[in-house]
Design a protein around this ligand. Sequence first.
Ligand code: SF4
Ligand code: SF4
Length: 204
Amino acid sequence: MFKNYELYLSQIDSKLKDFFERQKPYIHCKLGCAKCCKNAEFPYTRLEVTYLLNGFLTLSDETKQKIENNITKTVEKKKNFKGEGKFRYDCPFLIDDICSVYPYRGVLCRTFGLLSNDPKTGKIRAPFCSHEGLNYSCFSDPETKTFSEEKIRDNKLEVDPLIFNIDYLMLTDSEFEKCFNIKFGERKALIDWFIVDENKNKAS
Ligand code: SF4
Ligand code: SF4
């Protein structure tokens, strides 16, 4: 069922493994650092979420229960959210600061942590954790929480900081769909895949 998607993922993973390896001096990712799995939106396409749920089915009953509880609580919080801007939450699949479905995680979860280019503006995108003493923090000013593109371009470091072409929308676009004969489908925040549209149910 997921043969083509798994081929796509294995090719992406092998590139990313190389990218992370090449940027080792700037990377602080390690097991238990879960800051990027918290307080965010987590965009997921239908294909990604279906695969994620396939991973969920492999988990122990105890872990499944914890995830289900997280989902229920987060859905409730989202329904009651009256704040401005986007609703941000901790990923329900994060258990004890470790991803419970790591081999099944989405595309953005895989690419996060590297420098990339915003295809629309051409600006460099740095992971937020660069302002928290983590990845690429040597280019960040912790006081102003700004990231210096100049410093990156003028760097005199042993290993060059590289900017990768790993934009999430690009990696899930129609070119990749054609190439791997897959269909990503609708995209929405991960938690929204678990919110039942009560109006739809009433109408049907
Ligand atoms: S990307 Fe940043 S926040 Fe996420 S695991 Fe790596 S160091 Fe931690
Ligand atoms: S799926 Fe896993 S890696 Fe992705 S945000 Fe959730 S816990 Fe983190």
